[in-house]
Design a protein around this ligand. Structure first.
Ligand code: ADP
Length: 270
């Protein structure tokens, strides 16, 4: 069996917008990468780089325009492969009125699990993410970090081999981020492969073994964290742009081409 859990080659995704004036957005422009089984793999890039699109293409939530690959040894888009994946979308919001306990039953149902199965698994999972004392509390009283941990618990309900997390620590305070990172490391030790997106270099550096840097739909750099961050030839610069509410980071590499802009998103260093 291949030891890659995700493998994609020359993946393209073009969104087409507008009824009268057709506009094209090339969100992925030939993405090729491999994620080894057992690692925590980070996809790093600024807003608009194509990170969420890549996750959605991997999960079959949007159709790729061209290119191919495999997920858990099955062709991209295969339903059986997807059943072995736990997914936490970006900006995930639990229905406000639900308690942690009820949220687990609700999301378990969405994954096709019976109430009985969820009731059986729930105590260990809530314990796992440090929320066993909070099961009776409405989710809207949880901190962002607690909500993300509950999100990870629901994504683990069907014992996935691969956990896919879109910006799992975005908006989470420093203590909550450390909790999420600790949890991810523990899950990795128990055999789960983790693929996560982030626009923050530090989040990737602290938790991932390998990473790809995506900018304007292209992989700019791929390798171990050491290779990505430490090599002088791959020196990166993150530049904060705009207000804190609208953070955008620019990346540049000393010896690679600056990114290209798609007209809407920042793609070059300022
Ligand atoms: P990231 O996750 O890195 O912020 P996205 O994958 O969300 O990037 O977006 C990549 C590009 O695709 C952006 O230019 C974005 O505006 C565009 N895009 C994303 N989703 C859609 C969509 N449903 N329709 C049209 N354009 C989209």
């Amino acid at each position: 069996m291949s030891d890659s859990i995700i493998e994609v080659h020359d993946l393209h995704k073009t969104y087409r917008e507008g009824l009268f004036v057709r506009k094209q957005v090339n969100a992925l422009r030939g993405v090729t990468l491999e994620v080894p089984r057992g690692c925590i793999f980070g996809l790093l890039g600024p807003n608009g780089a194509g990170k969420t699109t890549l996750i959605k293409v991997l999960l079959g939530l949007v159709k790729r325009s061209s290119g191919g690959g495999s997920l858990l040894g099955r062709p991209l888009g295969d339903r059986v492969g997807r059943m072995k994946i736990g997914y936490l979308p970006e900006h995930h919001r639990f229905p406000r009125h639900l308690t942690g306990n009820a949220a687990m039953i609700y999301y378990g149902g969405l994954s096709g699990l019976s109430r009985r199965e969820v009731l059986h698994k729930r105590p260990a999972l809530l314990e796992r993410v440090g929320l066993s004392k909070w099961g009776q509390t409405p989710v809207h009283k949880y901190s962002k970090g607690m909500q993300q941990r509950l999100g990870i618990a629901q994504a683990l309900l069907h014992n996935p081999e691969l956990l896919v997390l879109d910006e799992p620590t975005d908006g989470v305070d420093p203590v909550g981020r450390a909790d999420v990172r600790r949890l991810l490391k523990e899950l990795q030790q128990e055999g789960t492969t983790i693929f996560l997106n982030s626009h923050q270099l530090q989040e990737i550096e602290l938790v991932c073994d390998q990473a790809a840097i995506l900018a304007a739909g292209r992989v700019q750099k791929l390798g171990t964290i050491e290779e990505i961050t430490k090599q002088p030839s791959a020196r990166m610069e993150f530049v904060l742009q705009g207000s804190l509410d609208d953070m955008q980071y620019a990346l540049t590499f000393a010896e690679t081409e600056p990114w290209q802009s798609d007209g809407d998103h920042l793609a070059r260093v300022i």
